[in-house]
Design a protein around this ligand. Structure first.
Ligand SMILES: *Cc1c(COP(=O)(O)O)cnc(C)c1O
Length: 430
């Protein structure tokens, strides 16, 4: 597999290099040179397969022979060890529940596949994973790499801006997992990570690698569950399928659009955001104007400079699609809460991120269409806000209950690169 840097098309790398480097020069994102395409018959055949076998075929269509088929199969099997069920919410709308993995969020798919791929290709050399999280990526990455040989993980997150239970889930592990609470918002954390990747000396000393949605391996993994969703939808509904994606950094939506470019039948995608609405405003007005990030109930989507957006633009360009075909919508906190109550009244307990995707889908779905929204996290991960909104207690799933009483082991730091740099240098392999 060959990939090129979106900021400098002359920089071309293999899949392994792209996974190891994360970002290219000038912090450019890597993008696949060849976009594979399945025929309609091939898609129908793929949809007959089980999740793991099908995912292996999809991934090898991109990756090619860089990872031998048998090894890729084993890696996929280890990574995708839990289901992604489609649950009916009402007649014409269902939810793709992506939160049945160990950290109860969709980021388990990308995080675990990336860990598998890195341990496959970087066996001879220690690496340091440096990533910023608005909550769930951190947990997924921490759990995916916990105890993995030769891999150190450093995770930055905005202090006080993720839920206390989210924090417990990944800041209590210790061992090779280092967590750093930054005084600032998610964009400040993301900026620090970018600065670190620009620092050649640091990069070399630590063999730095990013593990957020920038990494191409995470994105490829996420394509697979869109196929899994369609496989569960009755054949007669597939042509009229509309998928709504709760979006922050826009990795999930990028993966969905890549699934469509492979030939998966999806009539349209909806990019649903909270009031951090840089993309909806851009689509309406044609100007890219990020505002200050506003904290919301759907905190994993509190992103005003979504880092995957250039890949979406590139894909539209390569496919000859018009950006005006990308549906979108913005939901504020008050509507998120009323939507959670509406869903509960239908017998479906959700959480703020999925509720936003549902809201925009419900408002935009046309007669005869069939809607699917992505359930990106387990409701109990947002226990405080869901309980306060619904006025009813939520039981803790076991993965959370186990960690709830442990101490947070994080380091605390200002949003200052020199402090972070010193800390990182202390972690360098000797
Ligand atoms: C990360 C996250 C999102 C946003 O996904 P992107 O790929 O960053 O757009 C939505 N919901 C939850 C629960 C998340 O953790």
């Amino acid at each position: 597999m060959k990939l090129y840097n979106l900021k400098d098309n002359s920089e071309q790398v293999s899949f392994s290099q792209a996974v190891k480097q994360g970002l290219g020069q000038q912090q450019g994102l890597f993008f696949p040179q060849d976009l594979p395409k399945f025929s309609r018959d091939e898609i129908d055949d793929l949809l007959q397969l089980d999740f793991v076998s099908r995912s292996q075929r999809i991934l090898s269509a991109f990756i090619g022979d860089e990872i031998p088929a048998a090894q890729l199969a084993a890696r996929v099997k280890n990574a995708f060890a839990f289901p992604a069920p489609v649950t009916t919410v009402e007649d014409d709308i269902a939810s793709l529940e992506l939160y049945h993995g160990p950290t109860l969020a969709f980021k388990d798919f990308g995080g675990r596949f990336m860990a598998q791929i890195l341990s496959q290709i970087a066996r001879e050399q220690p690496v340091t994973i440096l990533t910023a999280t608005s909550g769930d990526t951190g947990a997924a990455v921490a759990h995916a790499f916990y105890g993995v040989n030769n891999v150190q993980v450093v995770i930055l997150y905005p202090e006080g801006k993720i839920s206390p239970l989210q924090e417990k889930l990944f800041c209590t592990l210790g061992g090779n997992i280092h967590t750093v609470a930054i005084k600032g918002d998610f964009d400040a954390c993301q900026a620090l990570v970018k600065q670190a990747f620009d620092d050649e000396e640091l990069k070399q000393a630590l063999y730095l690698n990013s593990a957020n949605s920038i990494n191409i391996s995470r994105l490829l993994a996420q394509i697979c569950y869109y196929f899994e969703a369609v496989a569960q939808i009755p054949a007669e509904k597939r042509e009229q399928l509309v998928i709504s994606v709760p979006s922050g950094n826009f990795g999930n939506l990028t993966a969905g659009l890549l699934a469509k470019s492979l030939g998966l039948p999806v009539k349209r995608f909806i990019a649903a955001t909270n009031v951090n609405d840089t993309v909806p405003r851009y689509l309406a007005e044609g100007e890219w104007q990020p505002h200050q990030t506003i904290p919301t109930l759907s905190n994993a989507m509190d992103v005003s400079q979504p880092n995957n957006w250039p890949r979406i633009e590139e894909l539209f360009k390569r496919q000859g699609w018009a950006l005006s075909e990308l549906a979108n919508g913005v939901v504020d906190d008050a509507t998120t809460q009323s939507t959670l109550r509406e869903l509960a009244a239908k017998g479906y307990i959700s959480e703020p991120h999925a509720a936003i995707a549902y809201r925009v889908l419900r408002d935009q779905l046309q007669e005869g269409e069939s809607g699917l929204f992505l359930g990106t996290a387990h409701p109990a991960k947002f226990k405080e806000s869901v309980e306060a909104t619904l006025g009813q207690p939520l039981p803790l799933p076991q993965a959370l209950a186990e960690r709830a009483d442990l101490d947070v082991l994080s380091h605390f730091m200002p949003a200052d690169f020199s402090a972070l740099r010193q800390f990182l240098m202390e972690q360098a392999p000797k």
